[in-house]
Design a protein around this ligand. Structure first.
Ligand code: WT7
Length: 682
C-alpha cells in the first residue's frame, strides 16, 4: 500500500461534474469562498442563519460561539448558543413531522443481516416509537442528566433509544456491540450509567452473538468492583422475535436455528416488547440548555484508558446538520447510506443526527459487506436506489479483492456522491471506488474528522472542490471555514502537525469527569490551539495529505486503538513480563497490530501461547483489537533511561533493515535477536 503523503502524489485533478453543480447547495468554488469568508469574518451571522432552521424554546442571549483555547489564560471552554433552550429530539423529529409535514416520509429503510429482513420506518412512526421509549425510560427511573448505557446492534431500537434519551434530557453512552464485557463494564463505570439497554442476540454474518450474556457479564464485573450503578437492564428481543423464525442467508445445516437461552433476572431485566406496548405514544420533550450534555462516546486514549468524549446539545445539532447538508449536498429525493455502525461517532453524526436534522431518508444496515455474498453492498444500493454512499477505505479494499463480477451484477446508476472516512485512502482504492463504483460520475468526498470534532473538519465539497485521489484536501478547501487551520512544524519528522486555532460548534466540550485530561491531551502541546494528533504533508498545489497519527495510536480498519491498552491486556497474562505493540501496514485493514512480548523466565514461547494471548486481547478489548502478529522478544530495544524505542520496533515489524542511528540504545545486540524471531505471516 502506498502511504498517503509520502510519495506518489498525483497531480491530476478531478473536477466536479456539471450536472451536480446545477442544483448544489455550494455549486462552485467561488460560492464556497464566500461562505468561508463569512464564517470567519462574521461567525455570529453565519451560525444564526444555520440556527434559524431549528426550533429554540428560548433564543440565545450572547454571542453564538464563545471560547478559550489558550491554557495559559485559564480553563479551556467552548459554548454555543448560550442562554438558548431547545431539544434535539424535537428538532430532528417533531419539527419534521409537524412543521414540515414529513410524517409520511421514510426516515430509515432498515435492512437486516439477512436480505429477508427489512422494514421501512417513517418519520411519523419513528416519533411514536421514540416517545414510547422515552416513557419507558422514565418509568424505569431515568431523569434528566442521568447516563444511559446502550449496547445494541444496528437495529431500529438503537435509534429509538438514543433519541428517547435526548428527548428526556438523559445522556446516552453507546458502546459498540463488538466490545467485550470488560470494555463495556469500564465504560459503564466511568460514566456511572443507571440503566443499560441491550438485546438478546444478533447475527453478524453467520455468527450469532449473545449480547445479553456479554451484558450480564459486564454488569457482574461492575458489581465486583463495588460501585455498581446500573439498576435495570432493558432488553430487546431482537433475535428471538425478528430473526429466529427464519433466515435463508444463514447457512446452518440442518436448517435449525439455535435458540439462545437468554439469561433473565426478573429483579433487574425488563422486556422491551412488554413495556413498550403499555406506555403512551405521547411524551413532552424536556427543554434543555444549549450547553447541556447530549451524549458521551468513548474513544481510545494514548494512556490506555478510554476517554469519554462529551458533546452538547445545540452545537452538535448545528454542526452535524450543516456538514451533512453541504458535504453530501443533501437533496429531498436522496436515499443516503452510511455503512458505519452507530456505535462509532460516524454513525452518531451521519446516520442519526445529521441526516434526521435534514429530514433525510437513509438506509440503516445491520449486516456486513460479505454476507450472504460479497456483492451485498451493491445489492443494497440497487434495492433502495441509493444516491449518496458513505463508507470506509478498509471496506473498499476488502471488496476490491473480489474483482468486478460482484459489482457488475447490480445497477449502481442511482449513485451521485461517494464518501470515505476513518483513515487515509490509498490512491489505488480511491481509483477503484471512483471508477468501478462511481462509474467516474461521482465525486469522492474524503472526510477527515474525529470523535472529538463531532463532524467533518477537513473535506472537499462535492460540487465545489477539484479532487486529488488519495486523501487530499487543499488548505483553501478545508470545509469548516470558520476554523483557521494552522500547521506547525514537528521538528523531528518533517511532518506538519495538524492544529485548529478556532472552535466550531460541534467540537467536544470535555473528557467526561476529567477536564484536566481534556486540556492536557488536546491543548497543552500548543497553547492556543486544538491539536488533533495527526500529522500531514502539504504538496505544491497547497493540498494537505493526512499522514496518520503522530502519537501511540494505531488505526485498524478506521478505528483507533491505543497501544498502551493492548500492551496492558498482554501483560495481564501470567507468562508475559513485558509487551510493546507497534503498527504494521495491512492490505485491507490499513494498519494492524504487531506485538513484541518478553516472557517471564522459564515460560516457553509457542503456538498455544500465541493463541492464548490473541484470545486474551480479544476478550479484554474486543475482536477489533485482535493482534495479527505476536513475536517473541527475549529483549526489547531501550534507551539508557529505559524507554522502549518504538521506532526501531516498527522497523523490525516491517523488516526494514536500515535502522539508522542506534547510538541511544542501551544494548544494540537485541536488534539482531529480534530480526531472527520476526513473524513473516500472521
Ligand atoms: C482518527 C479519528 C471520524 C470518524 C471515524 C474515526 C483518522 C479519520 C480520516 C481521513 C485520514 C482519517 C485520523 C483521526 N481519520 N478520517 N479521511 N483521512 N485519516 O474516528 O476513532 O475518533 O478516529 O481517524 O487519524 O485522528 P476516531
Amino acid at each position: 500500500m502506498v502511504v498517503p503523503g509520502s510519495q506518489h502524489i498525483e497531480d491530476k485533478m478531478y473536477h466536479p461534474p456539471e450536472g451536480l453543480q446545477k442544483d448544489a447547495h455550494v455549486p462552485d468554488f467561488n460560492c464556497y469562498l464566500e461562505l468561508y469568508k463569512k464564517s470567519i469574518e462574521e461567525p455570529d451571522v453565519f451560525w444564526k442563519e444555520v440556527a434559524s432552521d431549528f426550533y429554540w424554546k428560548k433564543p440565545p442571549t450572547g454571542q453564538i460561539l464563545q471560547y478559550n483555547f489558550d491554557v495559559t489564560k485559564g480553563n479551556i471552554y467552548v459554548k454555543c448558543m448560550e442562554g438558548a433552550t431547545t431539544n434535539m429530539c424535537y428538532n430532528v423529529l417533531d419539527r419534521n413531522v409537524k412543521d414540515k409535514n414529513l410524517g409520511e416520509r421514510v426516515a430509515f429503510y432498515w435492512e437486516g443481516n439477512s436480505p429477508d429482513h427489512h422494514e421501512a420506518i417513517t418519520y411519523g412512526q419513528l416519533l411514536g416509537q421514540v416517545c414510547r421509549c422515552s416513557n419507558t425510560l422514565k418509568q424505569m427511573g431515568v431523569r434528566k442528566g442521568d447516563r444511559v448505557a446502550i449496547y445494541l446492534p444496528m437495529i431500529p431500537e438503537l435509534v429509538y433509544t438514543m433519541l428517547a434519551c435526548t428527548r428526556i434530557g438523559a445522556v446516552h453512552s453507546i458502546v459498540f456491540a463488538g466490545f467485550s464485557a470488560e470494555s463495556l463494564c469500564e465504560r459503564i463505570m466511568d460514566s456511572q450509567c443507571s440503566i443499560l439497554v441491550t438485546a438478546d442476540g444478533v447475527y453478524r454474518g453467520e455468527k450469532l452473538i449473545n449480547l445479553k450474556q456479554i451484558a450480564d457479564e459486564a454488569l457482574e464485573k461492575c458489581r465486583e468492583k463495588a460501585s455498581a450503578t446500573v439498576t435495570r437492564c432493558l432488553v430487546v428481543k431482537h433475535h428471538a422475535l425478528r430473526t429466529q423464525d427464519g433466515d435463508s442467508s444463514v447457512n446452518l445445516t440442518p436448517v435449525v436455528f439455535p435458540v439462545v437461552q437468554t439469561p433473565w433476572d426478573a429483579a433487574c431485566d425488563v422486556c422491551w416488547e412488554e413495556v413498550m406496548g403499555q406506555v403512551s405514544e405521547q411524551c413532552e420533550p424536556e427543554w434543555l440548555d444549549a450547553e447541556d450534555p447530549l451524549f458521551i462516546l468513548y474513544t481510545s486514549g494514548s494512556t490506555g484508558k478510554p476517554k469519554g468524549v462529551l458533546h452538547t446539545v445545540a452545537g452538535y445539532l448545528l454542526y452535524t446538520s450543516l456538514t451533512f447538508k453541504y458535504v453530501f449536498d443533501h437533496q429531498p429525493d436522496d436515499v443516503y447510506w452510511c455503512t458505519a455502525d452507530i456505535g462509532w461517532i460516524t454513525g452518531h453524526s451521519y446516520i442519526t443526527y445529521g441526516p434526521l436534522a435534514n429530514g433525510a431518508t437513509s438506509v440503516l444496515f445491520e449486516g456486513i459487506p460479505v454476507h450472504p455474498h460479497v456483492g451485498r453492498f451493491w445489492e443494497v444500493i440497487e434495492k433502495y436506489r441509493v444516491t449518496k454512499f458513505y463508507t470506509a477505505p478498509t471496506a473498499i479494499r476488502l471488496l476490491m479483492k473480489y474483482g468486478l463480477d460482484p459489482v457488475q451484477k447490480y445497477d449502481l446508476s442511482s449513485l451521485r456522491i461517494l464518501g470515505t472516512v476513518g483513515e487515509p485512502i490509498n490512491p489505488e482504492a480511491w481509483h477503484w471506488y471512483h471508477e468501478v463504483i462511481g462509474q467516474k460520475r461521482c465525486p469522492v468526498v474524503d472526510t477527515f474528522w474525529q470523535t472529538e470534532t463531532g463532524g467533518h473538519v477537513l473535506t472537499p465539497l462535492p460540487a465545489a472542490t477539484p479532487l486529488k485521489p488519495g486523501s487530499a484536501v487543499s488548505y483553501h478547501h478545508i470545509y469548516i471555514h470558520r476554523v483557521h487551520s494552522v500547521f506547525s512544524r514537528e521538528p523531528r519528522s518533517g511532518l506538519l502537525l495538524q492544529v485548529f486555532r478556532r472552535p466550531w460548534p460541534g467540537i467536544m466540550r470535555t473528557v467526561y469527569g476529567n477536564q484536566e485530561r481534556f486540556e492536557s491531551t488536546y491543548f497543552k502541546k500548543f497553547p492556543g490551539f486544538y491539536v488533533t494528533g495527526d500529522g500531514c504533508r502539504r504538496d505544491k498545489d497547497g493540498y494537505y495529505w493526512i499522514a496518520g497519527r503522530i502519537d501511540d495510536m494505531i488505526n485498524v480498519s478506521g478505528h483507533l486503538l491505543s497501544t498502551a491498552e493492548v500492551e496492558a491486556s498482554l501483560t495481564d497474562h501470567g507468562a508475559v513480563a513485558e509487551a510493546a505493540v507497534v503498527s504494521r501496514p495491512h492490505a485491507v485493514k490499513g494498519e494492524c497490530l504487531y506485538c513484541f512480548v518478553t516472557l517471564k523466565d522459564c515460560r516457553e514461547f509457542n503456538r498455544t501461547l500465541v493463541d492464548e494471548l490473541k484470545r486474551q486481547v480479544r476478550e479484554k478489548i474486543g475482536p477489533i483489537a485482535t493482534p495479527d502478529f505476536i513475536q517473541n522478544a527475549p529483549g526489547l530495544p531501550k534507551t539508557r533511561s529505559g524507554k522502549i524505542m518504538r521506532r526501531v520496533l516498527r522497523q523490525i515489524a516491517r523488516n526494514e533493515k536500515d535502522l539508522g542511528d542506534l547510538s541511544t540504545m542501551a544494548d544494540p545486540k537485541v536488534v539482531e535477536v529480534l530480526f531472527n524471531h520476526r513473524c513473516e505471516t500472521a
